[in-house]
Ligand binder design. Sequence first.
Ligand SMILES: Nc1nc(O)c(N)c(N[C@@H]2O[C@H](COP(=O)(O)O)[C@@H](O)[C@H]2O)n1
Ligand SMILES: [Zn+2]
Length: 375
Amino acid sequence: MLTPTAVSSNMVGTEFDSLMMQRCLQLARRALGRTSPNPLVGAVVVQDGEIVGEGFHPCAGEPHAEVFALRAAGEKARGATIYVSLEPCNHYGRTPPCSEGLIAAGVSKVVVGMVDPNPLVAGGGIARLRAAEIEVLVGVEEAACRQLNEGFIHRIVHKRPLGILKYAMTLDGKIATSSGHSAWITNPDARSEVHQLRAACDAVIVGGNTVRQDNPFLTCHQWDGNNPLRVVMSRSLNLPEDARLWDVAEAPTLVLTQEGSSPDFQKMLHGKGVKVIELPLLTPDHVMAHLYELGFCSVLWECGGTLAASAIAQGAVQKILAFIAPKIIGGSHAPTPVGDLGFTTMTEALRLENVCWRVVGSDCLVEGYLPQKSQ
Ligand SMILES: Nc1nc(O)c(N)c(N[C@@H]2O[C@H](COP(=O)(O)O)[C@@H](O)[C@H]2O)n1
Ligand SMILES: [Zn+2]
């Protein structure tokens, strides 16, 4: 873990800049799962090789990271260098432009992690600072900055939240036995990692089958994080009356269905505090469009194979997280993580990009991105 005391004024420029930017990212992560539709941003003010102020963006509507860092630095911001993981904004949104705040505070240098993809900023913040004769360095720890805000970037560029499909399967590619039993495929460490992942997402989606078969909680459990909105997609509303997801004391639940489906069941859900919305067409793309309108940046699909295949086919999934447990259960009718995609030859296979894998307890996690569809 990085701490402010790790700062050494003897460090060479680039190494020191990287360290300070990593500190910005560490600060930014304190608001994980709480900032959408805004990004996660951290800022650090450095004077004579010492950190004199730090801040992060806590949630949309609150001041930006730079403002908190400048406030903490006070008069020491004059002539200082500020590190910020995202380009300072240059527009009046819910808050005034940070570029003007930095100029007014008298900083002499701004080190930026990445350019803001928001068209309202998009280099304008950097240009404004340079016009005020402030030195600006761009792209320190850029890959890590982009990784932290991949959901925000996807939202801005594609006008949809980033879709992440997570599943857990056995070594023979099954997500449950033929009878539907699946507790548990992976080890406690892997399950704990999923709980942590939920805290970083704005919503988690399942279909009716998962509610009927698994009766999940879909919360962060032991993690002191933000519980995502739990979303159930069900056309028929043929769902159990006593599902755990209808208990909204810990986390909210939204049921998305089609127009006119089971008014009585809808009434029962309303009575329990579960929100129900009827969409004209209940498809993964319409669901993602709805979640975009709610301001979401990242959405976790924790559904079964049929819904997962449909979400992939409709471009509602960009990232895959596959936990693989070294267990074999067999069963020619045991469900698999992705249903029919209509492919008949291996040449049609979706080859993941930027793949990495690591061991989690006794299981393996494979992570990668689906190839982007050409527009
Ligand atoms: N540089 C920077 N630091 C932060 O802490 C931020 N939250 C942002 N966000 C950028 O500004 C937009 C939101 O503005 P309002 O909070 O509505 O004023 C957001 O879309 C980002 O482009 N930037
Ligand atoms: Zn700002």
